[in-house]
Design a binder for this molecule. Structure first.
Ligand SMILES: NC(=O)c1ccc[n+]([C@@H]2O[C@H](COP(=O)([O-])OP(=O)(O)OC[C@H]3O[C@@H](n4cnc5c(N)ncnc54)[C@H](O)[C@@H]3O)[C@@H](O)[C@H]2O)c1
Length: 696
């Protein structure tokens, strides 16, 4: 099947792009567009050319399947195609329907005329990958829609429906009915009229006070873009369109595009883009694994997590039966769900009618009879193995055959939970993060016996409720919390050795983490970590742990919920205020254990915290708990506030160079107060570093 189909319709040659799903401008398609154009130019009967895609997409831009392969840069490249289309001797009409984005829009803008279907989605989204348009988009769009609209589109990357751009030079006509007949009729008129071809490059931008406008834009964009260089470069390119001759603007665009392509931020964003897609793939489950139907869901436990989890499904239009042991808790959970929706409605994010529609999908109950017909049951009761046992035994009794039984446990052994049933293949973990209706991350925990179709079905369900799902094997803490435990251990050692909570938090926040470890602990509740440590002291008595956090908890300083934690909080506020009492407690503790406090620099703080994540991540990968390094990155980007522009801990380590990471760890191990065992590189990390390889 060819990537572009060439047909004659009277005087018009129609080139139909045919590279499903979105007419990505891959090598074959680019070549065949050029061939079609040449054929049309050579045929004296042809007076006009129409370039069209599918109803789904004129073209979504570059073919991401070719990224990083020689085909992506093979000639004819997009710039060549654009140049040939623009300089064609016969008029070329783009018939734009569906998605018209990135390179697709750049191609359409190189055509002499454009007819759009209503609702076509128009965008230059390159900025979302830390890039900018690289085939004339920054020069042609401002000429066609005006500098202001173009700047907004290019800097935000957001799509606009074609109607919104009606009346600009981007579209000569917005078609009401079928696109091809409308485009052919328009092409017929163009052919009949003759006259010079319209080229976007020939338009002169009229912008009074351009300098003031772009200065204002630079200030606004710089404030919003913070750690990302691309948006400001986009402003520079659009400013060039308004002030320089077309070809000079094009040269600047090229220069900036290549610069951004090499930037660490764009590399990180592109990594995250592919990592998200990769995370959905299960290497040992064939693509055609049959899915189980999930139309009705039940949630057991209406506490913090159960009510948040329930809301995810209601928002996706999936009915939920919420079962609770205690009547008050059931009422409270139901009220929390409604309250949340009502707050959204007040903020204008939901219509009042939508609140009612969603609540109508919710059934609350105290009887297991009501969960008999659920296709998926998610348990979110107390984190206590005996309670989980009673719930899963009951579910085994009542749930219909083939129902998926999921647990939201954060620390318990999923294989044990599965063994409470006679159907361990149907049991899986769905580890949501709090607040469950907000956080993107879902760790899908694959037990020893979890059936492949159960796993694949749950990954699909995650997508329906708009979560980023990452598969984790069974281990204590799964991927995210197992790594964070080492990060927090290191944070406590830093306090013992001389840092304050504020200093540690500031250093990593400046580096890019959304929240430092101590603010995070205060938010989550210091009692949670305390409970885990108490268990650790018994399970792994040889693991070195600072007792400093226990001191804090012994004083009842559990964090925001008690008004006191590593910081103090004023009633009703969330601002973390440094507390001299805590600083004194820390200094006293150092004295007690005989550590002479020293000044610790930000670089050391960041290295110790981030490399603690990296080393545990490497162990997790080595043990097969994570399927791939990029999955670990997704966990940290979507669940732990890791800076997107650094691409996740494993990608960041790759960028630093694993050899350098191991070198830094060797230096940290020499710290006389430190735990030398802590910095022993995981075998996989050491091996990759020796072989000059990367995780990703
Ligand atoms: N809170 C978090 O941040 C978080 C994050 C991820 C996972 N989890 C896990 O989610 C689960 C629930 O945690 P939570 O924070 O929502 O707890 P929670 O205490 O807020 O809610 C638990 C609810 O379960 C109910 N319940 C207890 N036994 C029951 C039974 N036999 N049948 C029906 N209902 C019963 C309780 O009445 C309570 O309302 C735990 O396994 C926890 O480890 C919690």
């Amino acid at each position: 099947m060819s990537a572009a189909v060439y047909e004659l319709h009277g005087l018009a040659a129609v080139i139909t792009m045919n590279n499903p799903p979105v007419n990505g401008l891959g090598f074959d398609l680019r070549r065949e567009i050029v061939e079609g154009l040449a054929r049309a130019e050579a045929d004296p009967k042809v007076k006009v050319v129409v370039l069209i895609g599918s109803p789904r997409a004129f073209s979504g831009g570059a073919d991401i399947r070719e990224f990083g392969t020689p085909k992506s840069t093979a000639e004819p490249g997009l710039n060549t195609v654009v140049r040939l289309v623009e300089s064609a001797g016969k008029p070329v009409v783009a018939a734009v329907g569906g998605a018209c984005m990135g390179g697709g829009l750049e191609l359409a803008m190189a055509c002499h005329y454009r007819v759009a279907a209503k609702g076509a989605q128009i965008a230059l989204p390159e900025v979302k990958l830390g890039l900018m348009p690289g085939a004339g988009g920054t020069q042609r769009l401002p000429r066609l829609v005006g500098a202001e609209v173009a700047l907004n589109m290019i800097v935000s990357g957001e799509a606009l429906p074609s109607e919104k751009l009606a009346g600009t030079a981007l579209f000569d006509e917005i078609a009401d009915g079928d696109l091809l007949p409308a485009a052919l009729a328009f092409a017929g008129k163009v052919a009949a009229e003759g006259g010079p071809l319209k080229r976007a490059r020939d338009i002169k931008i009229k912008l009074p006070n351009a300098e003031g406008f772009f200065q204002f834009a630079r200030n606004t964009v710089a404030a919003a873009a913070k750690n990302f260089p691309a948006p400001l470069k986009c402003v520079d390119a659009v400013a060039a369109a308004a002030s320089l001759p077309f070809d000079e603007g094009l040269r600047l665009e090229r220069e900036l595009f290549l610069l951004l392509m090499q930037s660490p931020e764009s590399r990180a964003l592109r990594h995250a883009f592919f990592a998200e897609r990769a995370a959905a793939k299960i290497p040992d489950a064939p693509e055609d694994t049959p899915l189980r139907k999930v139309a009705k869901v039940a949630v057991i436990g209406a506490g913090t997590m159960g009510s948040g989890i329930t809301a995810n499904f209601l928002s996706a239009g999936i009915p939920v039966t919420l079962l609770e042991a205690k009547k008050e808790a059931l009422d409270k959970g139901q009220a929390a769900i409604r309250g949340n929706y009502e707050t959204s409605a007040k903020k204008g994010r939901l219509k009042p009618q939508q609140v009612e529609e969603r609540m109508a999908l919710l059934k609350v109950t105290q009887s297991y009879d009501d969960v008999r017909d659920a296709d998926l049951v998610i348990e979110a009761v107390f984190e206590d193995i005996a309670v989980k046992e009673s719930v899963f035994r009951k579910l085994d009794e009542v749930a219909k055959p083939g129902a998926i039984l999921a647990s939201n446990t954060s620390t318990l052994d999923l294989n044990k939970i599965a063994a409470f049933t006679k159907r361990p293949g149907d049991v899986i973990g769905t580890h949501f993060f709090s607040p469950a209706n907000v956080m993107k991350l879902l760790e899908v925990v694959r037990g020893e016996k979890t059936a492949k179709d159960v796993l694949v079905t749950v990954m699909g369900v995650a997508k329906r409720i708009k979560k980023t799902a990452v598969v984790s094997g069974v281990c204590d803490g799964f991927i995210g919390n197992r790594m964070v435990e080492q990060y927090l251990r290191q944070a406590l050692f830093l306090l013992e050795e001389g840092a304050t909570p504020r200093q540690v938090d500031r250093a990593v926040e400046k580096w890019g983490m959304a929240m430092g470890p101590f603010r995070m602990s205060d938010l989550a509740g210091n009692d949670i970590g305390w409970a885990i440590r108490k268990r650790r002291y018994l399970e792994r008595p040889n693991m070195k742990y600072s007792k400093i956090a226990d001191r804090l908890c012994e004083q009842g300083r559990f964090g925001q919920k008690t008004g006191l934690g590593w910081y103090r909080y004023e009633a009703g506020k969330r601002d973390a205020i440094s507390d001299p009492a805590v600083e004194k407690m820390i200094a006293d503790y150092s004295a007690e254990i005989g550590v002479k406090r020293r000044k610790i620099g930000d670089e050391e703080i960041v290295q110790r915290l981030v490399y603690a994540l990296v080393n545990e991540g490497a162990a997790i990968l080595e043990e097969g708990i994570a399927q791939r390094a990029s999955d670990i990155d997704m966990v940290y980007l979507t669940g732990y506030g890791f800076p997107l522009y650094r691409g996740g801990p494993m990608f960041y380590a790759d960028e630093v160079g694993l050899y350098n990471v191991v070198g830094a760890m060797a230096r940290l191990a020499a710290n006389p107060h430190g735990d030398p065992g802590f910095w022993k590189p995981a075998a996989l990390l050491e091996k990759l570093a020796n072989e000059s390889k990367r995780f990703n």
